[in-house]
Design a protein around this ligand. Structure first.
Ligand code: AMP
Ligand code: MG
Length: 416
């Protein structure tokens, strides 16, 4: 059996970045930039005011610094979108609005609260703004500066930066298309819910959780539905997954079913790399290559399927999309209850991590830890990692937890 790290390494070694596509700038959000973008202009293009006030020459107001009254002639008003009609001369001031270009000759903007706000003449009552309130041309970026590189994740601010330099289309890595195949004679989709009411079938909840996890990881789910527990059915489904970037199957990889899956997979030309990892839940995890397309087979147990996805599938999808950071973050938490662990394996326990008043992170389990109990997964924002060397976790112990979402950030959000 492989360790988690070995399994992850062996999977990722086979995964390459996908190809590149050009998308409209707004659609690039959440993608990874696949080209170097250099600034086509300089920002800001001209020195401009960061205040509503008066553009002046510092030499004219030094006496105001010593507490003397200084009066200047107001010779123009410059609004944002306008330019000064002429340079500023000695003894003059121009009214100026935030963002408006600073007239030639001016080196200070006196905010209007520090003046009498006069329109023909203005009295400077406080000269502490001398030399201030001017955003220099090019202080944000200069023409030719590299603003994004191959591998830069595209976030809202970068979209704004790229817009400011005229980029309307951006090359990004493709989103992986993920073929989702559930298998099992006991399964139906929600539209077959009559069978569930009749107590003959269960809903293939994996078809929904794996779809959702794929989307969260930036992939595009391609639902190929439910395969029956026959070789013919599984073969048909695997064949129709050909044009996808990843094949993700659930169930049929535990010991009882493995030969069945392996036979079909091998018959189609698949090369199995491994099928078991030292962890719980999610020990059955098959990985192989099917005619150049990676295949990951996760356990059918609803929680095992999700845990395997978080640990092994998500990093694959991120690597394909060009991300350098593949793994979710872990945090150190104090466990607030005693926990008894069974087998000598790394355990991932469904837990809720919160922040105490004093800032420390604490955690409690969210309920039944059976690999079929999905409601405790639905309540969890983290997976508490219990190393295989720890058969018993005493209350107060410190362990690592793998954060599954941003809920922790939200609990410590700064209040407005
Ligand atoms: P298997 O991996 O086929 O041994 O299935 C393990 C457990 O997961 C069984 O209890 C199955 O009924 C259940 N299971 C398998 N596939 C799914 C699925 N797509 N959705 C929900 N439960 C499933
Ligand atoms: Mg089954």
């Amino acid at each position: 059996m492989l360790t988690i790290a070995e399994a992850s390494e062996r999977i990722l070694a086979e995964i390459r970045q996908l190809g590149v596509e050009s998308v409209a700038l707004r659609q690039a959000l959440g993608r990874v930039c696949a080209e170097e973008i250099a600034a086509t202009v300089t920002m800001p293009p001209w020195s401009n005011s960061s205040m509503d006030g008066y553009a002046v020459r510092s030499a004219d107001i030094t006496s105001a610094l010593r507490g003397e009254r200084v009066k200047l002639r107001v010779v123009a008003t410059i609004a944002a979108g306008e330019f000064a009609p002429r340079p500023l001369k000695r003894g003059e001031a121009m009214r100026i609005m935030t963002g408006a270009p600073v007239p030639e000759g001016a080196d200070s903007i006196i905010r209007k609260e520090h003046t009498d706000e006069g329109s023909k003449k203005v009295e400077i009552r406080d000269a502490t703004d001398v030399w201030k309130n001017i955003r220099q041309a090019g202080e944000d970026y200069q023409r030719g500066d590299v603003l994004a590189r191959r591998g830069t994740p595209v976030r809202p601010a970068l979209i704004g930066v790229l817009a400011s330099t005229g980029i309307s289309k951006l090359k990004v890595f493709r989103r992986p298309r993920v073929a989702l195949i559930s298998s099992g004679n006991e399964l139906v989709n929600i539209d077959g819910f009559d069978e569930v009411i009749a107590q003959r079938r269960i809903v293939s909840s994996n078809s929904y959780t794996l779809d959702a996890l794929t989307r969260v990881a930036g992939g595009v789910p391609v639902d190929l539905g439910i395969a029956a527990d026959t070789k013919a059915s599984l073969k048909k489904k695997l064949e129709s997954a050909r044009d996808c970037d990843l094949i993700l199957t659930s169930a049929g990889v535990s010991v009882g079913d493995l030969d069945h899956t392996r036979t079909v997979f091998a018959a189609l030309g698949g090369k199995l790399k491994f099928w078991k990892v030292k962890m719980r839940p999610g020990a059955p995890l098959a990985f192989g290559m099917l005619n150049g397309v990676p295949w990951l087979g996760v356990s059918g147990n609803p929680v095992s399927a999700m845990v395997s996805f978080e640990l092994f599938v998500r990093p694959v999808l991120r690597k394909m999309q060009g991300y350098a950071a593949l793994f979710r973050r872990t945090v150190t938490v104090t466990v607030e209850e005693d926990v008894k662990i069974g087998a000598k394996l790394t355990h991932f326990l469904r837990a809720n991590v919160t922040r105490n008043q004093d800032g420390t992170l604490v955690t409690r389990l969210t309920g039944l830890q059976s690999s079929g109990a999905l409601t405790s997964m639905a309540k969890a924002n983290a997976l508490l990692i219990v190393p295989e060397t720890t058969p018993y976790v005493a209350k107060g112990s410190q362990l690592k937890a793998l954060m599954l979402d941003q809920s922790l950030d939200e609990t410590s959000a700064f209040s407005l």
